[in-house]
Design a protein around this ligand. Structure first.
Ligand code: NAD
Ligand code: UD1
Length: 352
């Protein structure tokens, strides 16, 4: 079976961890990234962790000619598509930038895939497509709705993938709906490197712990949760990376049973949650991080953040049943690995 995979956005936070997991699982990877939110240093570190240089192409998914060059030089089994922009606040201020990158960019990628008859795709979707959930845990059949352009761009791509699967039964399309990815590689060499002040909870906590930020504001302590703070399903990024390997393995099995049985049935559009299935509150995470880092994490309660929901956690049954995958690492592991990365690289990849 052909094990060559194109990884768009492979220089980013989740992409770098997934490249390591793919390499360990015997996949042959080509990374395609425009470095708009990442650096060559991240690629260098992945190369040194896997002990061989990464096949890296600097390019934009909106650039069809550049993509065609890549597809004509390599014979891919499929694509893992991470490339995209992800800052919710920025997407509200600059919606066109988000629709252009995330939606137009994906359409261009799909057109080139179609032209080269590469029809296996794993796409980075998000639990944000569930909006404010009607029931918990959230399963894949829950209604979808979004309140910001970032979320809309993910939902729109999901709709495009659904339509594509209906139009042509040879597509195999798995959107993975990530819950809250946190943590870092256990080596401390790669991790999340946010630009400016982080918007998300874990990087904010770790920057307070390392002394870069003064104190955490906890957005809301009056939610209908155990302690009044928001509840989320945090998932270690290395578990998440394994989830991508499991999704690709699934596509490979489907492709090989299709060719051996001569049937024409395909995967079609198959969304799968990647979460731990457990909810953790903001205060629980602060307490776990304080224990691991042995640093004080001063905080204050502040008003709820616009667009936030009270609780969000996954039903992880489909991933377990179909992909034979489940999250293994604990909140303590997530805090330990985040802290190792943060303390070894207080200024991220730019540190000297
Ligand atoms: P990231 O910003 O670290 O990685 C995205 C990568 O894509 C970056 O290296 C960036 O340079 C590249 N990129 C962006 N636009 C591109 C373009 N037009 N052409 C080529 N490369 C481009 O983000 P991440 O946290 O690793 O997220 C990966 C994917 O997962 C994104 O699509 C994101 O929306 C999605 N996602 C992330 C989270 C999260 O919490 N991190 C949650 C749900 C979904
Ligand atoms: C946010 C995005 C979501 C995106 C996800 C990626 C919003 C509204 N939602 O989700 O679209 O898919 O990131 O991981 O931005 N919190 C604080 N103080 C902080 C930061 C966060 O109290 O400084 C709280 C939040 O109110 C929330 C929890 O921590 O209750 C988690 O927040 P965050 O890490 O930003 O993730 P989400 O809100 O789940």
């Amino acid at each position: 079976m052909n094990k060559k995979i194109l990884v768009t956005g492979g220089a980013g936070y989740i992409g770098t961890h997934t490249c390591i997991a793919l390499h360990a699982a015997g996949y042959d990877i080509v990374v395609y990234d425009n470095l708009s939110n990442s650096s060559r240093e991240a690629i260098n570190r992945v190369s040194s962790l896997i002990g061989q240089s990464i096949d890296f192409i600097e390019g934009d998914i909106r650039d069809a000619e550049s993509l065609k060059q890549v597809f004509s030089s390599h014979h891919f089994f499929g694509v893992i598509h991470f490339a995209g922009l992800k800052a919710v606040g920025e997407s509200v201020a600059q919606p066109l930038k988000y629709y252009d990158n995330n939606v137009s960019g994906t359409i261009t990628l799909l057109e080139v895939m179609s032209e080269y008859d590469v029809k296996n795709l794993v796409f980075s979707s998000s639990a944000t497509v569930y909006g404010d959930p009607e029931r918990l845990p959230i399963d894949e059949n829950s209604p979808r709705s979004c309140t910001n352009p970032y979320g809309q761009s993910k939902l729109t791509v999901e709709h495009i993938l659904e339509d594509l699967a209906v139009s042509d039964a040879s597509w195999n399309l798995i959107p993975l709906r990530y819950f809250n990815p946190v943590g870092a590689h256990p080596s401390g060499q790669i991790g999340e490197d946010p630009n400016d002040i982080p918007n998300n909870l874990m990087p904010y906590i770790s920057q307070v712990a390392v002394g870069k930020l003064e104190k955490l504001s906890i957005f809301g302590n009056d939610y209908p949760t155990t302690d009044g703070t928001g509840v989320r399903d945090f998932i270690h990024v290395t578990d998440l990376a394994q989830g991508h390997v499991a999704a690709l393995n699934y596509l490979q099995q489907q492709a090989s049973s299709k060719s051996s049985s001569g049937t024409t049935s395909s995967v079609g559009f198959l969304p799968i949650n990647l979460g731990s299935g457990k909810g953790t509150s903001v205060l629980d995470l602060v307490a776990a991080f304080t224990k691991v880092s042995k640093q004080p994490i001063p905080y204050q309660f502040a008003a709820r953040r616009a667009g936030d929901i009270a609780s969000c956690y996954a039903s992880a049954g489909r991933a377990k049943g179909l992909l034979k995958w489940q999250a293994e690492l604990s909140i303590t592991d997530m805090c330990q690995d985040t802290w190792r990365w943060q303390s070894m690289n207080p200024n991220g990849y730019n540190a000297t």
